[in-house]
Design a protein around this ligand. Structure first.
Ligand code: ADP
Length: 260
């Protein structure tokens, strides 16, 4: 996956400026950055929903949408229509059809694939449960199964753990990472959970309209760019941080501190 000098604006508002990055196949890259940094815009460009004003986006050496391999997408969550109780199995089936609803009758192969996907995220035992009765963490695993059911090489996750408690977040990333290794998937995950993704990803990309830092997580976390973007050292880095920075008051110590 590669972006070369990508620019994108919503009207006059520039969201991305000269973004270049490369993610090797089979690796786990995490995209971090404050609110408004352009993370969702970058994901929309990868999914082919938006087109760059300038520059190129390529997935497996092709523009988005042109390659033969399906891309798995895991959103922050899904809203199901009211009064239409879908089972876990139904939600995963949506990944086979790309549509929602009882219109199509699933084939035996569809059922087998759904079961395999649920098995991969250790949710097969809850296949008949109502999706909306599951916990947030379980729902996210089902959404991963839904993305896996088309057998993608690349899985794009958009802040998949928003709303999960810290323990569930850590578990979630551990499981996703096991899956990535087992299936040789390329993972590209936009996340606010800097510490969690830093533990699992091979590459951390710090975005703030442009790529401010990129590389092995520990190097990126120690970079000056992280301090500038977040206005404070990330929590787990305190011991190694510059003492001046440690004692400096953290006025915008919440993650969304630099949001426009
Ligand atoms: P992030 O996902 O990192 O929070 P976004 O990609 O959502 O960042 O937003 C980047 C910038 O683009 C922000 O300034 C945001 O206000 C603006 N933006 C995002 N979506 C739209 C849109 N549909 N129309 C206009 N501006 C937008």
């Amino acid at each position: 996956m590669e972006l070369r000098d990508v620019w994108f604006s919503y009207g006059r508002r520039t969201a991305l400026e000269g973004v270049s990055l490369e993610v090797p196949a089979g690796s786990f890259a995490a995209l971090i950055g404050p609110n408004g940094a352009g993370k969702s815009t970058l994901l929309r460009l990868l999914l082919g929903i938006l087109k760059p004003n300038k520059g190129t986006v390529s997935l497996f050496d092709q523009p988005p949408g042109k390659h033969g391999e399906p891309i798995g997408y895991v959103p922050q969550g899904i809203r199901l229509p009211k009064g239409f109780p879908l089972s876990v199995e139904d939600v995963v089936l949506m990944g086979r059809y790309g549509t929602l609803g009882p219109i199509k009758r699933p084939s035996r192969e569809d059922r087998v694939r759904v079961n395999q996907s649920l098995d991969q995220v250790r949710m097969a035992h809850l296949a008949r449960r109502r999706f909306e009765d599951l916990s947030g963490g379980q729902q996210q695993r089902v959404l991963i199964a839904r993305a896996l059911v088309s057998d993608p090489c690349l899985l794009i996750l958009d802040e998949p753990t928003s709303g999960l408690d810290p323990a569930a977040r850590a578990r979630f990333y551990g499981q996703v990472c096991d899956l990535q290794r087992a299936k040789g998937l390329t993972l590209f995950c936009a996340s606010h959970d800097v510490e969690d993704v830093a533990q699992h990803a091979q590459q951390l990309i710090l975005l703030d309209q442009t790529v401010r830092a990129s590389g092995p997580p520990q190097e990126v976390l120690r970079s000056q760019a992280v301090r500038e973007v977040y206005h404070f050292p990330p929590p787990h880095d305190h011991q190694e941080a510059d003492p001046h920075l440690e004692t400096a008051p953290p006025p915008e110590a919440d993650k969304g501190g630099t949001a426009p």
